[in-house]
Design a protein around this ligand. Sequence first.
Ligand code: 2P0
Length: 323
Amino acid sequence: MRTEKYTARAHTNIALIKYWGKLDQDLIIPMNSSLSLTLDKFYTDTSVFFDSDLDQDSFILDGVRQQNTKVTHVLDLLRRFSGEKRFAVVESFNHVPSAAGLASSASAFAALSLAASKAAGLNLDRRALSRLARRGSGSATRSIYGGFVEWQQGHDDASSYAVPLEENLGWNICMIAVVINAKQKKISSRVGMQRVVSTSPYYEGWKKTAKEDLIAIKRAIKQRNLERVGMIAEENALKMHALNLSARPHFSYFEPGSLLAMKIVENLRSEGISCYYTLDAGPNVKIICAKKDTEVILSALESSFSRKDLIVAGPGPGAELID
Ligand code: 2P0
Protein backbone atom coordinates (compact mmCIF):
# COMPACT_ATOMS: atom_id res chain seq x y z
CA MET A 1 0.00 0.00 0.00
CA ARG A 2 1.38 3.35 -0.97
CA THR A 3 0.34 6.89 -0.15
CA GLU A 4 -0.49 9.48 -2.75
CA LYS A 5 2.58 11.02 -4.41
CA TYR A 6 3.19 14.74 -3.86
CA THR A 7 5.65 16.88 -5.81
CA ALA A 8 7.06 20.17 -4.55
CA ARG A 9 9.31 22.80 -6.10
CA ALA A 10 11.67 24.98 -4.07
CA HIS A 11 14.20 27.52 -5.27
CA THR A 12 17.67 28.01 -3.94
CA ASN A 13 18.68 31.15 -2.08
CA ILE A 14 21.86 33.15 -1.75
CA ALA A 15 22.65 34.66 1.62
CA LEU A 16 23.50 38.36 1.73
CA ILE A 17 24.14 38.04 5.47
CA LYS A 18 25.70 34.62 5.93
CA TYR A 19 25.00 31.78 8.31
CA TRP A 20 28.38 30.39 9.31
CA GLY A 21 28.38 28.41 12.53
CA LYS A 22 26.02 26.40 14.70
CA LEU A 23 24.97 26.86 18.30
CA ASP A 24 23.41 23.38 18.25
CA GLN A 25 24.67 20.91 15.68
CA ASP A 26 21.87 18.38 15.98
CA LEU A 27 18.98 20.86 15.82
CA ILE A 28 20.91 23.17 13.44
CA ILE A 29 20.44 26.33 15.48
CA PRO A 30 22.71 29.00 13.97
CA MET A 31 25.08 31.31 15.80
CA ASN A 32 23.58 34.33 14.05
CA SER A 33 20.50 35.31 12.09
CA SER A 34 20.96 35.46 8.31
CA LEU A 35 19.23 37.03 5.33
CA SER A 36 18.92 35.82 1.75
CA LEU A 37 17.43 36.37 -1.66
CA THR A 38 15.58 33.41 -3.21
CA LEU A 39 16.47 33.04 -6.90
CA ASP A 40 14.27 32.11 -9.84
CA LYS A 41 16.79 30.22 -11.99
CA PHE A 42 17.89 27.43 -9.65
CA TYR A 43 15.37 25.03 -8.16
CA THR A 44 14.69 21.45 -7.14
CA ASP A 45 11.58 19.38 -7.87
CA THR A 46 11.02 16.54 -5.41
CA SER A 47 8.35 13.83 -5.36
CA VAL A 48 7.62 11.69 -2.32
CA PHE A 49 5.36 8.78 -1.46
CA PHE A 50 5.38 6.29 1.40
CA ASP A 51 5.00 2.61 0.57
CA SER A 52 4.52 -0.40 2.88
CA ASP A 53 6.36 -2.65 0.37
CA LEU A 54 9.66 -0.86 1.09
CA ASP A 55 12.15 -2.01 3.71
CA GLN A 56 14.18 1.21 3.56
CA ASP A 57 13.94 4.76 2.20
CA SER A 58 15.00 5.23 -1.39
CA PHE A 59 16.43 8.51 -2.69
CA ILE A 60 17.04 9.11 -6.40
CA LEU A 61 18.66 12.37 -7.53
CA ASP A 62 18.66 13.18 -11.25
CA GLY A 63 18.03 9.51 -11.98
CA VAL A 64 20.85 8.17 -9.80
CA ARG A 65 20.26 6.26 -6.56
CA GLN A 66 21.95 7.98 -3.60
CA GLN A 67 22.79 7.19 0.02
CA ASN A 68 22.02 10.37 1.94
CA THR A 69 21.74 10.30 5.71
CA LYS A 70 20.36 13.86 5.83
CA VAL A 71 17.37 12.85 3.70
CA THR A 72 16.73 9.83 5.93
CA HIS A 73 17.07 12.07 8.99
CA VAL A 74 14.30 14.43 7.76
CA LEU A 75 12.07 11.46 6.88
CA ASP A 76 12.67 9.95 10.34
CA LEU A 77 11.61 13.23 11.96
CA LEU A 78 8.47 13.32 9.84
CA ARG A 79 7.62 9.72 10.72
CA ARG A 80 7.95 10.68 14.37
CA PHE A 81 5.66 13.73 14.01
CA SER A 82 3.03 12.08 11.83
CA GLY A 83 2.84 8.49 12.99
CA GLU A 84 3.56 7.36 9.42
CA LYS A 85 5.41 4.04 9.72
CA ARG A 86 6.24 3.32 6.10
CA PHE A 87 9.47 4.03 4.24
CA ALA A 88 9.49 6.51 1.38
CA VAL A 89 10.56 6.88 -2.21
CA VAL A 90 12.07 10.33 -2.79
CA GLU A 91 12.84 11.40 -6.34
CA SER A 92 14.53 14.76 -6.97
CA PHE A 93 15.55 16.71 -10.03
CA ASN A 94 17.86 19.68 -9.78
CA HIS A 95 17.18 22.37 -12.35
CA VAL A 96 20.25 24.40 -13.00
CA PRO A 97 20.84 26.07 -16.39
CA SER A 98 24.20 24.35 -16.84
CA ALA A 99 26.36 21.99 -14.82
CA ALA A 100 26.93 24.99 -12.60
CA GLY A 101 27.66 23.51 -9.21
CA LEU A 102 25.01 25.86 -7.85
CA ALA A 103 22.43 23.23 -7.04
CA SER A 104 22.16 23.50 -3.34
CA SER A 105 20.94 21.72 -0.29
CA ALA A 106 18.74 24.77 0.34
CA SER A 107 16.29 24.03 -2.48
CA ALA A 108 16.62 20.28 -1.90
CA PHE A 109 15.53 20.22 1.74
CA ALA A 110 12.85 22.88 1.31
CA ALA A 111 11.24 20.83 -1.50
CA LEU A 112 11.64 17.58 0.46
CA SER A 113 9.99 19.07 3.56
CA LEU A 114 6.94 20.20 1.64
CA ALA A 115 6.47 17.07 -0.50
CA ALA A 116 7.22 14.57 2.29
CA SER A 117 5.04 16.27 4.90
CA LYS A 118 2.08 16.24 2.48
CA ALA A 119 2.71 12.59 1.61
CA ALA A 120 2.75 11.80 5.35
CA GLY A 121 -0.69 13.39 5.66
CA LEU A 122 0.45 16.57 7.41
CA ASN A 123 -0.61 20.09 6.49
CA LEU A 124 2.27 22.04 7.95
CA ASP A 125 2.20 25.83 7.83
CA ARG A 126 5.20 27.63 6.40
CA ARG A 127 6.81 28.21 9.78
CA ALA A 128 6.66 24.49 10.57
CA LEU A 129 8.01 23.69 7.08
CA SER A 130 10.87 26.12 7.61
CA ARG A 131 11.74 24.44 10.92
CA LEU A 132 11.62 20.99 9.31
CA ALA A 133 13.75 22.07 6.34
CA ARG A 134 16.26 23.46 8.85
CA ARG A 135 16.81 19.96 10.24
CA GLY A 136 18.07 18.85 6.80
CA SER A 137 20.29 21.83 6.07
CA GLY A 138 20.50 25.29 7.60
CA SER A 139 20.20 27.29 4.40
CA ALA A 140 17.01 25.35 3.49
CA THR A 141 15.23 27.11 6.37
CA ARG A 142 15.09 30.22 4.15
CA SER A 143 14.05 28.53 0.86
CA ILE A 144 10.47 27.99 2.06
CA TYR A 145 9.89 31.68 1.21
CA GLY A 146 10.48 33.78 -1.89
CA GLY A 147 12.22 37.14 -2.24
CA PHE A 148 14.11 38.53 0.75
CA VAL A 149 13.99 36.15 3.71
CA GLU A 150 15.36 36.36 7.23
CA TRP A 151 16.26 33.25 9.21
CA GLN A 152 15.75 34.31 12.80
CA GLN A 153 18.34 32.43 14.77
CA GLY A 154 16.20 31.66 17.83
CA HIS A 155 17.56 29.50 20.63
CA ASP A 156 15.79 26.15 20.23
CA ASP A 157 13.83 24.04 17.74
CA ALA A 158 10.61 26.03 18.17
CA SER A 159 12.15 29.49 17.87
CA SER A 160 14.58 29.06 14.94
CA TYR A 161 12.79 29.60 11.61
CA ALA A 162 12.64 31.89 8.61
CA VAL A 163 10.26 34.80 8.06
CA PRO A 164 9.53 36.51 4.76
CA LEU A 165 10.80 40.06 4.64
CA GLU A 166 9.43 40.89 1.20
CA GLU A 167 8.17 38.09 -1.02
CA ASN A 168 7.04 40.08 -4.06
CA LEU A 169 9.73 42.61 -4.60
CA GLY A 170 8.78 44.71 -7.57
CA TRP A 171 12.48 45.53 -7.59
CA ASN A 172 14.73 44.68 -10.52
CA ILE A 173 17.56 43.38 -8.39
CA CYS A 174 19.58 40.60 -10.06
CA MET A 175 22.32 38.17 -9.36
CA ILE A 176 24.79 37.08 -11.99
CA ALA A 177 26.34 33.73 -11.10
CA VAL A 178 29.90 33.34 -12.36
CA VAL A 179 30.63 29.63 -12.48
CA ILE A 180 34.29 29.19 -11.66
CA ASN A 181 34.26 25.51 -10.77
CA ALA A 182 31.24 23.22 -10.76
CA LYS A 183 32.94 20.37 -8.88
CA GLN A 184 32.08 19.28 -5.34
CA LYS A 185 33.88 21.36 -2.74
CA LYS A 186 36.67 19.76 -0.70
CA ILE A 187 35.55 21.13 2.66
CA SER A 188 31.80 20.89 3.19
CA SER A 189 29.97 23.83 4.76
CA ARG A 190 29.23 21.69 7.77
CA VAL A 191 32.89 20.87 8.42
CA GLY A 192 34.15 24.34 7.46
CA MET A 193 31.83 26.30 9.72
CA GLN A 194 32.41 23.97 12.68
CA ARG A 195 36.16 24.34 12.32
CA VAL A 196 35.76 28.11 12.28
CA VAL A 197 33.60 28.13 15.42
CA SER A 198 36.12 25.93 17.26
CA THR A 199 39.33 27.62 16.18
CA SER A 200 38.99 31.12 14.71
CA PRO A 201 40.12 33.85 17.11
CA TYR A 202 37.78 36.22 15.27
CA TYR A 203 34.52 34.36 15.83
CA GLU A 204 33.19 36.64 18.58
CA GLY A 205 33.82 39.61 16.26
CA TRP A 206 31.88 37.86 13.49
CA LYS A 207 28.81 37.38 15.67
CA LYS A 208 28.79 41.04 16.65
CA THR A 209 29.28 42.35 13.14
CA ALA A 210 26.76 39.94 11.57
CA LYS A 211 24.11 41.30 13.92
CA GLU A 212 24.95 44.88 12.91
CA ASP A 213 25.04 43.96 9.20
CA LEU A 214 21.57 42.41 9.45
CA ILE A 215 20.03 45.54 10.94
CA ALA A 216 21.74 47.74 8.35
CA ILE A 217 20.77 45.61 5.33
CA LYS A 218 17.13 45.41 6.38
CA ARG A 219 17.02 49.18 6.46
CA ALA A 220 18.74 49.40 3.05
CA ILE A 221 16.30 46.87 1.54
CA LYS A 222 13.36 48.88 2.80
CA GLN A 223 14.86 51.99 1.21
CA ARG A 224 15.56 50.11 -2.08
CA ASN A 225 19.16 51.27 -1.76
CA LEU A 226 21.05 48.86 -4.02
CA GLU A 227 24.44 50.42 -3.25
CA ARG A 228 24.00 49.89 0.48
CA VAL A 229 22.52 46.40 0.10
CA GLY A 230 25.37 45.35 -2.20
CA MET A 231 28.16 46.84 -0.10
CA ILE A 232 26.87 45.35 3.16
CA ALA A 233 26.53 41.93 1.47
CA GLU A 234 30.01 42.11 -0.06
CA GLU A 235 31.62 43.09 3.23
CA ASN A 236 29.69 40.41 5.12
CA ALA A 237 30.84 37.73 2.66
CA LEU A 238 34.46 38.83 2.96
CA LYS A 239 34.23 38.69 6.75
CA MET A 240 32.90 35.12 6.51
CA HIS A 241 35.76 34.12 4.23
CA ALA A 242 38.25 35.85 6.55
CA LEU A 243 37.05 33.49 9.29
CA ASN A 244 38.10 30.56 7.11
CA LEU A 245 41.55 32.05 6.60
CA SER A 246 41.88 32.44 10.38
CA ALA A 247 40.80 28.88 11.26
CA ARG A 248 43.23 26.14 12.26
CA PRO A 249 44.03 24.50 9.92
CA HIS A 250 43.14 27.43 7.67
CA PHE A 251 41.25 26.96 4.45
CA SER A 252 39.72 28.99 1.67
CA TYR A 253 37.07 28.46 -0.99
CA PHE A 254 38.60 31.09 -3.28
CA GLU A 255 40.21 30.03 -6.53
CA PRO A 256 42.18 32.25 -8.93
CA GLY A 257 39.02 32.69 -11.03
CA SER A 258 37.11 33.88 -7.95
CA LEU A 259 39.66 36.63 -7.34
CA LEU A 260 39.58 37.59 -11.02
CA ALA A 261 35.78 37.96 -10.99
CA MET A 262 35.94 39.96 -7.74
CA LYS A 263 38.52 42.30 -9.31
CA ILE A 264 36.36 42.81 -12.40
CA VAL A 265 33.43 43.78 -10.15
CA GLU A 266 35.60 46.24 -8.20
CA ASN A 267 36.89 47.77 -11.45
CA LEU A 268 33.36 48.16 -12.80
CA ARG A 269 32.41 49.86 -9.57
CA SER A 270 35.25 52.33 -9.88
CA GLU A 271 33.81 53.15 -13.31
CA GLY A 272 30.49 54.01 -11.68
CA ILE A 273 28.54 50.76 -12.16
CA SER A 274 26.72 49.54 -9.06
CA CYS A 275 27.74 45.90 -8.69
CA TYR A 276 28.84 43.88 -5.69
CA TYR A 277 29.89 40.29 -5.09
CA THR A 278 29.21 37.53 -2.63
CA LEU A 279 30.66 34.00 -2.34
CA ASP A 280 29.44 30.98 -0.39
CA ALA A 281 31.19 27.75 0.53
CA GLY A 282 32.72 27.43 -2.93
CA PRO A 283 34.61 29.39 -5.58
CA ASN A 284 31.62 30.63 -7.61
CA VAL A 285 30.99 34.37 -7.47
CA LYS A 286 27.50 35.88 -7.41
CA ILE A 287 27.21 39.49 -8.50
CA ILE A 288 24.45 41.67 -7.09
CA CYS A 289 23.31 44.38 -9.49
CA ALA A 290 20.34 46.14 -11.07
CA LYS A 291 18.74 44.43 -14.08
CA LYS A 292 19.52 47.41 -16.32
CA ASP A 293 23.28 46.93 -15.72
CA THR A 294 23.47 43.20 -16.48
CA GLU A 295 24.57 43.64 -20.11
CA VAL A 296 27.51 45.90 -19.35
CA ILE A 297 28.60 43.63 -16.48
CA LEU A 298 28.29 40.51 -18.65
CA SER A 299 30.38 42.06 -21.39
CA ALA A 300 33.13 42.95 -18.89
CA LEU A 301 33.07 39.37 -17.56
CA GLU A 302 33.11 37.87 -21.05
CA SER A 303 36.70 38.99 -21.54
CA SER A 304 37.72 36.44 -18.89
CA PHE A 305 34.84 33.94 -18.64
CA SER A 306 32.83 31.95 -21.13
CA ARG A 307 29.25 33.17 -21.66
CA LYS A 308 27.90 29.74 -20.76
CA ASP A 309 29.39 30.13 -17.27
CA LEU A 310 27.51 33.39 -16.62
CA ILE A 311 23.91 32.97 -15.46
CA VAL A 312 21.60 35.89 -14.75
CA ALA A 313 18.96 35.21 -12.07
CA GLY A 314 16.23 37.32 -10.52
CA PRO A 315 14.15 37.00 -7.35
CA GLY A 316 12.28 33.71 -7.09
CA PRO A 317 9.20 32.37 -5.28
CA GLY A 318 8.82 30.25 -2.17
CA ALA A 319 8.30 26.49 -2.03
CA GLU A 320 5.07 25.26 -3.62
CA LEU A 321 3.31 22.04 -4.54
CA ILE A 322 3.34 21.48 -8.29
CA ASP A 323 1.59 18.14 -8.46
C1 2P0 B 1 24.46 30.60 3.96
N1 2P0 B 1 26.06 28.77 3.60
O1 2P0 B 1 24.00 31.39 4.79
C2 2P0 B 1 25.84 30.04 4.22
C3 2P0 B 1 26.91 30.94 3.68
C4 2P0 B 1 27.23 28.76 2.78
C5 2P0 B 1 27.92 30.03 3.06
O2 2P0 B 1 24.34 27.84 4.57
O3 2P0 B 1 25.51 22.27 7.80
O4 2P0 B 1 24.48 23.55 3.55
O5 2P0 B 1 23.65 21.77 6.21
O6 2P0 B 1 23.43 23.62 7.87
O7 2P0 B 1 23.17 25.19 4.98
C6 2P0 B 1 25.68 26.39 3.43
O8 2P0 B 1 25.60 25.56 4.51
O9 2P0 B 1 25.03 23.82 5.98
C7 2P0 B 1 25.32 27.70 3.90
P1 2P0 B 1 24.35 22.84 7.01
P2 2P0 B 1 24.42 24.49 4.70
O10 2P0 B 1 23.82 30.29 2.91
